[in-house]
Design a protein around this ligand. Structure first.
Ligand SMILES: [Zn+2]
Ligand SMILES: [Zn+2]
Length: 373
């Protein structure tokens, strides 16, 4: 080992998913080997728990090639402790000891496919959307372990003011909601709605949207989530969907804007975060004519869309997933600059089971493994 390199044990603790629908099991396994010049070995500092981790554990994404035992976790923050030899140019730019964060997607992109070669799509030469790349915490091991291998081309170095526990949730929830808001292409003063505003993505969205200068309507239907959304202290109008029908809310918005024509009432764009038809219907009702609906969640059997909304109200519906490398860097910088942080509860690695229990109980915000505990 070169001098100055941190000492790395041969084995590590990891939370293993040994089969679908079984609890994670804490075991000792070998520290993963580096197999590509772009590989970085990261000593985990924090890892966020995402809805997709629950989806994977329940076997709903069993069609993704996955070896058992599997290590989940794709909201990763840690410190680089080892690099491959020889290392790639991308890895050379990141010294040992650099604090970085990594999303799930974009490990080992091919650099040759239509996604990787389209410069309008992402950084030229590689892409999060490369169909040949693999994903940390899904098609390869992820971050619910003391060490994890990530790709130098997928990570973001962390600014000094951003802690690992604050950075990790930006790697999926944060970049997804930031990217969804950017896709609305709104100017300051325009109106955006966030349906599911008290969840992991939603409560970050309230903060990002406000910092972008947008007028924000947040909707939720779970008491804990509503409380959390209100506790952020943003100027967003937080609405309990159980108490206020969408039609009443849109009329209230119209009145606030001094508008008299129903077709002119409403939000310029809305983000749908929960995977329920009710949320979709509520959100599209809030839009003005020519409004934009961004679908972030993916209901297994799809959403039913009103054809007359598309034809007579000229609504546009589009989806979004994660974001590009560039958006990921922007998300981290924007969050650090505007002090945007998730409301979170932290757990030690050996308490992942407690974290999952807490997730199932609901309540909003983010649940994060913190290796300093
Ligand atoms: Zn995720
Ligand atoms: Zn590719």
């Amino acid at each position: 080992m070169a001098s100055g390199q941190p000492s790395i044990p041969t084995h590590m603790k990891a939370q293993l998913l040994e089969a679908y629908n079984t609890p994670y099991a804490l075991k000792e396994i070998p520290v993963p080997a580096l197999t590509s010049p772009n590989d970085l070995l990261i000593r985990l500092d924090a890892a966020g728990y995402c809805h997709t981790d629950a989806v994977i554990a329940e076997g709903e994404w069993a069609n993704v090639p996955r070896q058992f035992p599997h290590i989940s976790g794709h909201e990763i923050a840690g410190t680089i402790v080892r690099k491959a030899s020889p290392s790639s140019t991308a890895a050379d730019e990141l010294p040992i000891g650099t604090r970085v964060a990594s999303p799930g997607r974009g490990y080992n992109p091919c650099g040759e496919c239509f996604e990787c070669r389209d410069p309008g799509n992402d950084y030229e030469g590689y892409s999060f959307f490369c169909p040949r790349s693999v994903s940390n915490g899904s098609s390869k091991h992820g971050g619910f372990a003391e060490y994890v291998v990530v790709d130098a081309r997928q990570v973001v170095p962390l600014p000094d003011g951003l802690s690992a526990v604050d950075a990790a949730p930006l790697m999926c929830a944060g970049v997804t909601i930031y990217s969804a808001l950017k896709r609305c292409n709104l100017s300051p003063g325009q109106r955006v709605g966030i349906i599911g505003c008290g969840g992991g993505l939603g409560h970050l969205g309230l903060q990002f949207a406000e910092a972008m200068g947008l007028r924000v309507t947040g909707v939720d239907a779970a008491p804990g989530a509503l409380e959390l959304a209100k506790s952020l202290g943003t100027k967003a109008h937080i609405v309990d969907a159980r108490a206020t029908p969408a039609e009443d809310l849109v009329r209230h918005i119209g009145k606030e804007d001094g508008k008299t024509d129903r077709a002119d009432f409403g939000l310029d764009a809305v983000l749908i975060l929960p995977d329920t038809q009710k949320s979709f219907d509520y959100g599209t009702t809030l839009l003005r004519n020519h409004g934009l609906c961004i679908v972030v969640s993916f209901l297994e059997r799809g959403f039913q869309v009103s054809a007359s909304d598309l034809v007579f109200r000229d609504l546009t519906i589009r989806g979004t997933m994660l974001g590009t490398h560039e958006t990921l860097h922007e998300t981290v910088e924007f969050a650090a600059k505007h002090n945007i942080k998730s409301v979170k509860q932290t757990f030690a690695l050996n308490k992942l089971g407690d974290l999952v229990d807490r997730y199932r109980a609901g309540g909003g915000g983010k649940l994060v493994l913190d290796m300093s505990l």
